[in-house]
Design a protein around this ligand. Structure first.
Ligand SMILES: *Cc1c(COP(=O)(O)O)cnc(C)c1O
Length: 443
């Protein structure tokens, strides 16, 4: 069965009676005029569709908790939406904790994760009742125990471990290999457990957590990960009499950025994960643990598109044809960081012949600010609106104010209605944290 992460475009994308592309029943030209560009557009039906794919796919295992990895895109509206789908949240900073808290999320379904959590962040997590902390290293074990003790609390934790698996994805988004910066090495787990059982008595260990990478297309890698996690749980029971009943396998399922990307479906990864879990539960003789999965990209990427207005162009003699748009690396850093590829169309010319191979350049002052290299598009004119697909994940969440450009707005579309969920920054927002010391003030 197919799932929504395998689609290049939001599920409601179609060409309407004006001959323009619409999403969620909203004409993208109207949205560009009403809200200005660059504009992030999120399709609610696509988000709900992938959530339902995940829930159906994992329904064969009795104890499943879906946790959305907020770092892919974290706003109060998306948090409220995903909470309404029954999702918990994986968060990695005070900012993400505060966002989901203010969105009214059930904080007991939040897991705090990260390789260098500060005293202030851990204290905030405790005060706001974050349900689980995934402890990454020895320093954090000791720091968290101190904070828990001084607050008279027992804190529920997982251990983040590095399973030592290489996955075939971009080097920067691999996380499970042995010299990764994340988590305890397998050889350090016993020392960590001994400390928790004997010294850090304000910590209660519930299970193991791993995350092996992102934009993963290879399902077999989850089977390898799960065997390692289950085997460790069985070993810790034998050695310490410790009954761990939670396994968190992380996120990582890929999406379709361009036609040549063929990610597996949620059903394929669910089968792989559940079969491997059941097989290893039997093989190692443990009680079936609760399964936690933490998809980020695959939940939100396909639902998001970015609209840009085409500005100037440049024809390099005997070279490339560039068209510049009004955004770029500050609203989508992925092409410049990861050489990520994207697919785009001209909103007002969806059916026209693909006349020319062009390169879409951003407006920021870096030669590397190229959004799409060599894409076939119809004859382009200044003022046309470009829609770049699959920008829901790791675009807004990585956005910057480089060149002091205001961050873009975001709208949620559904049933012909558009709601602004992040407003466009103003020029006053840009200077709102600036302070001129008295000695530099001019009178
Ligand atoms: C980033 C991350 C995820 C989500 O990864 P995706 O590839 O976006 O699904 C899940 N868990 C952890 C611990 C992460 O760091």
């Amino acid at each position: 069965m197919e799932s929504t992460n395998q689609s290049l475009k939001p599920v409601t994308t179609r060409i309407n009676e004006n001959g323009n592309i619409e999403i969620g029943g909203c004409d993208l030209i109207d949205l560009a005029q009403k809200y200005d560009t660059p504009l992030y557009v999120l399709d609610e039906a696509t988000i709900r569709s992938i959530c339902s794919d995940y829930k159906k796919a994992f329904s064969k295992y009795p104890k499943v908790n879906m946790m959305y990895a907020s770092k892919a895109l974290c706003t109060m509206a998306t948090s409220a939406l995903l909470a309404s789908e029954g999702f918990g949240f994986d968060v990695v900073s005070a900012g993400e904790i505060y966002t989901v808290y203010k969105a009214g999320v059930d904080m007991s379904k939040v897991l705090f994760n990260g390789n260098n959590k500060s005293f202030e962040e851990l204290s905030l997590a405790l005060n706001l009742g974050v349900g689980r902390i995934s402890v990454d290293n020895f320093f954090e074990l000791s720091l968290l125990n101190e904070i828990a003790k001084s607050n008279n609390k027992i804190v529920d934790i997982l251990l983040r471990i590095t399973p030592g698996i290489e996955c075939h994805t971009h080097e920067y988004i691999q996380t499970g290999h042995l010299d990764s910066k994340f988590g305890f090495d397998l050889t350090q787990i016993d020392d960590a457990v001994e400390l928790i059982l004997n010294e850090y008595t304000n910590l209660k260990l519930h299970g193991l957590h791993a995350h092996i990478g992102s934009q993963i297309f290879e399902t077999s890698i989850y089977a390898d990960e799960i065997e390692i996690l289950v085997k460790e749980i069985a070993r810790l029971d034998e050695k310490f009499g410790l009954k761990l009943d939670e396994v968190n396998v992380g996120g990582g399922l890929g999406v379709k950025y361009t036609d040549s990307d063929l990610p597996p479906s949620t059903y394929e990864i669910a089968d792989k994960i559940i079969n491997s879990l059941n097989k290893n539960i039997e093989k190692y003789g443990i009680e079936p643990p609760a399964l936690f999965i933490e998809p980020g990209r695959s939940i939100i990427s396909t639902a998001g598109v970015t609209l840009y207005t085409i500005g100037t162009s440049k024809q390099v003699p005997k070279g490339k044809t560039y068209f510049a748009v009004d955004g770029g690396m500050a609203d989508n850093a992925r092409p410049s960081i990861y050489q990520a590829k994207y697919y785009a169309e001209i909103v007002n010319k969806p059916s026209q012949e693909l006349a020319k191979t062009v390169t879409i350049a951003g407006r920021f002052c870096e030669s590397g600010d190229i959004l799409i290299k060599d894409i076939k598009l119809p004859e382009i004119e200044e003022g046309d609106v470009l829609v770049v697909f699959n920008t829901g994940a790791y675009n807004y969440s990585m956005a910057s104010n480089y060149n002091r450009v205001q961050k873009s707005a975001m709208v949620l579309v559904n049933n012909s209605q558009s709601d602004i969920i992040v407003s466009r920054e103003t020029l006053d927002d840009i200077i709102s944290h600036d302070i001129i010391p008295d000695k530099l003030k001019r009178d």
